[in-house]
Write a protein of this length. Structure first.
Length: 91
């Protein structure tokens, strides 16, 4: 839930509002000591995926999933079935 508050990169093919839609109605997270760690981790992982795609990577496996999309790149997500169903509904 805390990650939903962070600014996130979005490709022209992505859905910038997907994370907000997925977390709508969830209780806020109040573990402020985790915020800097999660913000840095999110920024790092998003950046690594974007750089890999820019270098020509055409397949990505996501554990704990995200909302990346890019034409010509095949993503494999391993995530909770409820999360996957919500993504299919919103995206």
């Amino acid at each position: 839930m805390m990650r939903a508050e962070f600014p996130r990169a979005s490709s022209p093919w992505g859905e910038p509002s997907a994370q907000a839609a997925l977390t709508a109605g969830l209780a806020p997270v109040t573990v402020d000591s985790l915020r800097p760690h999660l913000a840095a981790r999110t920024l790092f992982i998003d950046g690594q995926v974007e750089q890999a795609i820019d270098r020509g990577v055409t397949q990505v496996v996501i554990l704990g999933a995200g909302y990346f999309r890019n034409p010509g790149v095949r993503f494999f997500e391993v995530d909770h079935p409820t999360t996957q169903a919500d993504k299919r509904f919103h995206l």
